[in-house]
Design a protein around this ligand. Structure first.
Ligand code: NAG
Ligand code: NAG
Ligand code: NAG
Length: 582
């Protein structure tokens, strides 16, 4: 959950950029839509256009059963009907006959025999008939595929592609071979090439690409987790995080000593945003103070919280568990630890454990609004709106003066009204948001959630105004810049303005993972693949959970694959674009 108070779901970004599938491969998709819009002014390269279209055509008229028309060979009656007089046939004609026999065997499930015919076709075929030859290899690969001889499939497809680099069927088949051979990077390159050559029109390829990206992302994330450094959390993130725990013990302690020690030193470091020092100071309290010291448990809780915020989940769990298991400890401390452990479980994708912890927290401390607030957030995240409304309502009853909880209640009610298509309620909620702004003029979340609702309602200008107001109140909140940039993209299709905002987001908070990730995604759409990759690498350093890493690796791998494919195939992005089917 990020620092503007509400999650900006990734699918929303995907839809906004017009790439509901395989978002990381989005460049061509977005450009295609842009070109469609700018058609009247676009200088289409006619020659490249025709050339590629022709290339694509020769692929689509695939010769599994008929001859390639692109190669100028007519399927003559003589070939088919007259009894074969081998001596009269040219080597090429013989090759075609062998292939047809091979195809016949293939259709009857006699793959070994089919392979023998394809062998003969390849042997006699003149080397200058490259399109046909590539087809023979491709067909033999198809037979090997039936026999699950993946190495042979890969080798034959590679030969076919040497002869005809844009042979979609061969690329497709080779990527299935690579998948079975567990060479996921190469598999991704091939499916990327397929997606590009198909102009992103074929959902099956995109679904396949999505799957490979996810598998590869999981593999890379797992490797990266082994050497992952702790994340230094952003100041805004930390401040907003603790704002959402109104009853956290850190809010109780007042630092009076000029040379504080232990927990009090940790609190001072926390208030001065010296986050590196917080954990050490807590450890000092825990290790050097007496067992009955006033702040020992608070120190364990705070250290566990900072381990959580820096992505050190195992250490965090250890500290939180110490509090939770201590039946002597104050109920407030234990429910706080349980609520935090619940959010840790969400980060590690253990939803059930998360809800169990919320339940336990409510058992111990039923009147604590923080628990309901956080569970409401989780319900929002998983789109269980009715439960979200119930929890935020409960939290609001318990803490009527807390603006954060109140606006989340409004926001979840609004989302529910949208879901139920209840316009009366929807307008009422928008009205209540206007009132909330007057009531809580310094609460950043009121502005930011209202602005998101307005943008959702296509009231872009008003939405922009509220983002601007929010920025004036909290100029260092990078999330606001990201949202406003995306708003501009949606509203005016204004890429430059969006980019400026995203750059600004990084300038005001260079630890905002969301900003790097979003800017990287937009750079992919613009074809700036190298920059996108370096932005994704920065986002990775800030990612806390394996789940986040999987997502960012998918984006990075997709960008890398596009870069590799365009280099390897000698395709310029621009010429490909102009030749894409509109
Ligand atoms: C492809 O998938 C997208 C998103 O799921 C969908 O909107 C679109 O209609 C699909 N296109 C085809 C041709 O199936
Ligand atoms: C999570 O809880 C749901 C409903 O209580 C249950 O159906 C599901 O099997 C549980 N999943 C796991 C992984 O325990
Ligand atoms: C891209 O190419 C590099 C260098 O050849 C290679 O290491 C990498 O695995 C490739 N990545 C992808 C995703 O294709």
């Amino acid at each position: 959950m990020e620092s503007t108070g509400s999650p900006f779901p990734r699918w929303q970004l995907a839809i906004l950029l017009g790439t509901p599938l395989a978002i990381g491969l989005g460049y061509f998709y977005w450009r295609k839509q842009q070109t469609a819009i700018e058609e009247s002014v676009d200088d289409v390269d006619e020659k490249a256009d025709k050339k590629l279209k022709k290339g694509v055509k020769s692929i689509s008229i695939d010769g599994d059963t008929t001859l390639s028309a692109a190669n100028g060979v007519k399927k003559s009656a003589a070939l088919k009907d007259e009894p074969a007089k081998k001596k009269d046939l040219s080597p090429f004609e013989q090759a075609v006959k062998h292939k047809e026999s091979g195809n016949e065997c293939f259709k009857n499930g006699k793959y070994d025999e089919a392979i023998k015919f394809y062998n003969q076709a390849i042997d006699v075929c003149p080397k200058d008939k490259d399109i046909d030859l590539s087809q023979f290899y491709q067909n033999r690969a198809a037979a090997y595929e039936q026999l699950k001889k993946w190495t042979s499939v890969e080798q034959d497809c590679t030969k076919a592609l040497e002869l005809n680099p844009r042979y979609i069927k061969a690329l497709h088949r080779r990527c299935r071979a690579y998948e079975n051979l567990k060479q996921l990077e190469l598999c991704l390159e091939d499916v990327t090439a397929v997606a590009i050559l198909e102009g992103f029109q074929n959902n099956n390829s995109l679904i396949f690409a999505d799957r490979i990206l996810k598998d590869l992302g999981m593999k890379h994330a797992k490797e990266a987790m082994l050497t992952k450094e702790p994340v230094e959390p952003s100041k805004h993130f930390v401040v907003n995080y603790f704002k959402s725990f109104s009853q956290d013990p850190v809010h109780k302690v007042v630092v009076t000593s000029s040379e504080p020690k232990g927990f009090v030193r940790a609190i001072k470091a926390f208030k001065d945003a010296n986050y590196n020092e917080v954990i050490n100071a807590c450890t000092e309290e825990i290790e050097t103070c007496e067992d009955d010291s006033e702040y020992k448990l608070e120190a364990i809780l705070l250290r566990g919280t900072f381990y959580l915020l820096s992505g050190q989940y195992e250490l965090s769990l250890k500290d939180l568990n110490t509090i939770i298991k201590n039946k002597e400890a104050d109920a407030k401390l234990r429910s706080n630890a349980l609520t935090k452990r619940a959010s840790l479980h969400m980060q590690t994708d253990e939803k059930n454990l998360s809800f169990e912890d919320f339940e336990k927290a409510i058992e111990i401390d039923p009147e604590n609004p923080d628990i309901y607030h956080h569970r409401g957030q989780v319900y929002l995240l998983v789109e269980e709106l009715q439960n979200a409304v119930a929890d935020f309502s409960k939290a609001t009853k318990l803490a009527p003066k807390n603006p954060l909880t109140y606006v989340h209640k409004l926001y979840s009610e609004y989302r529910q009204a949208v879901n139920d298509q209840d316009n009366t309620k929807l307008f009422a909620k928008v009205e209540e948001f206007s009132e909330a702004i007057k009531q809580f003029p310094s609460c950043i979340e009121v502005y930011s959630l209202f602005a998101q609702i307005l943008s959702d309602q296509q009231q872009f200008e008003l939405s922009d105004d509220y983002f601007e107001k929010a920025m004036k109140i909290e100029p260092g909140n990078a999330g606001l810049y990201v949202h406003r940039g995306l708003l501009n993209l949606q509203w005016k299709g204004n890429m430059n303005e969006a980019l400026k905002m995203l750059e600004k987001a990084i300038e005001v908070d260079d630890k905002c993972e969301f900003a790097y990730e979003t800017l990287g995604t937009v750079e992919v759409q613009r074809g700036n693949l190298e920059r996108a990759i370096s932005l994704f690498e920065k986002a990775m350093k800030l990612a806390k959970s394996e789940m986040e890493l999987i997502h960012i690796f998918s984006l990075k791998d997709a960008a890398q694959a596009q870069l590799n494919v365009t280099k390897k195939m000698g395709l310029s992005l621009a010429s490909l674009m102009s030749s894409m089917p509109q």
